[in-house]
Design a protein around this ligand. Structure first.
Ligand code: SAM
Ligand code: SF4
Ligand code: SF4
Length: 357
């Protein structure tokens, strides 16, 4: 039986919060996820993330010294796990630009409490050898970004002429290495919204889950406008018109994507409706930038410099109480309040390439 393809038909509160720690923020949200950006560099110049006009030759990226070392990242993750973090995602910039990323994966997967370790990548550097090394080091899952199946559109977005076929190859490579794959598609009106159906069609029955993402007003550089957002409800309706969908219960509190399965058994999709259906009330994610700053919101303007603390020789107790204070003071709910917030021209929100989505 098919159901109305309605986002509201999935109760956002259907999953009970798994209290993994005593530590909660001012809105009673536990700390559960850590997203780690391992580099601010990228080999793509996606127009909505690192537009070439701003990230050309003269742009100064972090130097080696500025980046957290793997041991420093592992230290922060170990303390975070003590405070409740169970899920870690490596991102960037393009995380596979960081040499020997599998060494970091091995350090993180050995930390008690971390039971999910994932990677978000543009797929361009995911060779079979790399996929095998990452898998063997303890990577559990991979998310690969692909915004269109049309080469002209995709190459226009990545702005480095990278072909669709190579991303599809990376998806096969990850799957062949035994890594479950999700595909992130950021949908922007009049850019790639015609690609929603072809993407759904292509990946139906493949075992890979496509997550259709509303274009967000992240950072200050991409010139985001509300009319560029394709509401999740519209994407869902377009897909369900061809292939009826039914909602799937949230697996756990804090899951970002609303899940739907094809009624004919051909798999699942996810919808991330950060603009039209904000999910701040269940947001359990902290973010660590490549230079060691902790952000408690994707749209954060404030941050907490852990790199200085680490390099000043802070012990576990100092790091723990610092992170504890940061989380306990957290009251972020940017998306939930977006409509009521003054439009912040030239404000200093963290950029997506610095914090990794
Ligand atoms: N370079 C890697 C990649 O592209 O997968 C990891 C970093 S990238 C910043 C992480 C994810 O954020 C990608 O799936 C990208 O499409 C998404 N993203 C970037 N800017 C976005 C925006 N303004 N709105 C929604 N998603 C965005
Ligand atoms: Fe690079 Fe990912 Fe940003 Fe594209 S979305 S520029 S691949 S960091
Ligand atoms: Fe979490 Fe901030 Fe996004 Fe709300 S706006 S869901 S608090 S990251």
């Amino acid at each position: 039986m098919s159901v109305e393809p309605s986002l509201s038909s999935v109760s956002s509160g259907s999953a009970t919060p798994t209290k993994t720690s005593e530590l909660t923020d001012t809105l009673a949200r536990p700390l559960h996820d850590l997203r780690i950006s391992v580099t601010d560099r990228c080999n793509f110049r996606c127009t909505y993330c690192m537009p070439r006009s701003l990230f050309g030759e003269p742009y100064r990226f972090l130097d080696r010294e500025g980046l957290l070392q793997f041991s420093e990242i592992a230290h922060v993750t170990r303390i975070s796990a003590e405070l409740g973090v169970r899920k870690v995602r490596l991102t960037g910039g393009e995380p596979l630009l960081r040499p020997a990323l599998e060494e970091l994966v091995a350090l993180l997967s050995a930390i008690p409490g971390i039971d999910d370790l994932a990677l978000t990548t543009n797929g361009s550097l995911l060779t079979p050898e790399k996929a095998r090394l990452l898998r063997e080091a303890g990577l559990r899952r991979v998310t690969i970004s692909l915004d269109s199946l049309r080469d002209d559109v995709f190459q226009g977005i990545n702005d480095v002429g990278f072909p669709v076929s190579r991303v599809l190859q990376a998806i096969d490579t990850a799957a062949a290495a035994g890594l479950p794959v999700k595909i992130n598609m950021v949908v922007r009106r009049d850019l790639n919204d015609q690609d929603v159906l072809p993407m759904a069609r292509h990946f139906r029955g493949s075992g890979h889950v496509v997550r259709f993402i509303e274009y967000m007003d992240a950072g200050n550089l991409n010139g985001w406008r509300e009319e560029q957002v394709v509401p999740a409800q519209e994407m869902l309706a377009r897909i369900a018109e061809h292939w009826p969908l039914e909602p799937v219960d949230q697996a756990r509190f804090g899951e970002v994507a609303k899940r739907y399965r094809y009624v004919d058994g051909q798999g699942e999709i996810g919808i991330i409706a950060s603009i039209t259906q904000p999910f701040c009330e269940s947001c359990t994610r902290a973010r660590l930038s490549a230079d060691g700053r902790v952000f408690t919101c994707l749209f954060g303007t404030r941050n907490h410099d852990l790199r200085s603390l680490l390099r000043a020789g802070a012990n576990d107790d100092a790091l723990r109480s610092s992170l504890r204070l940061v989380w306990a003071a957290r009251g972020d709910q940017y998306s939930a309040l977006r409509a009521t917030l003054p439009r912040s021209e030239g404000a200093s929100k963290i950029e997506m390439y610095q914090i990794g989505g």
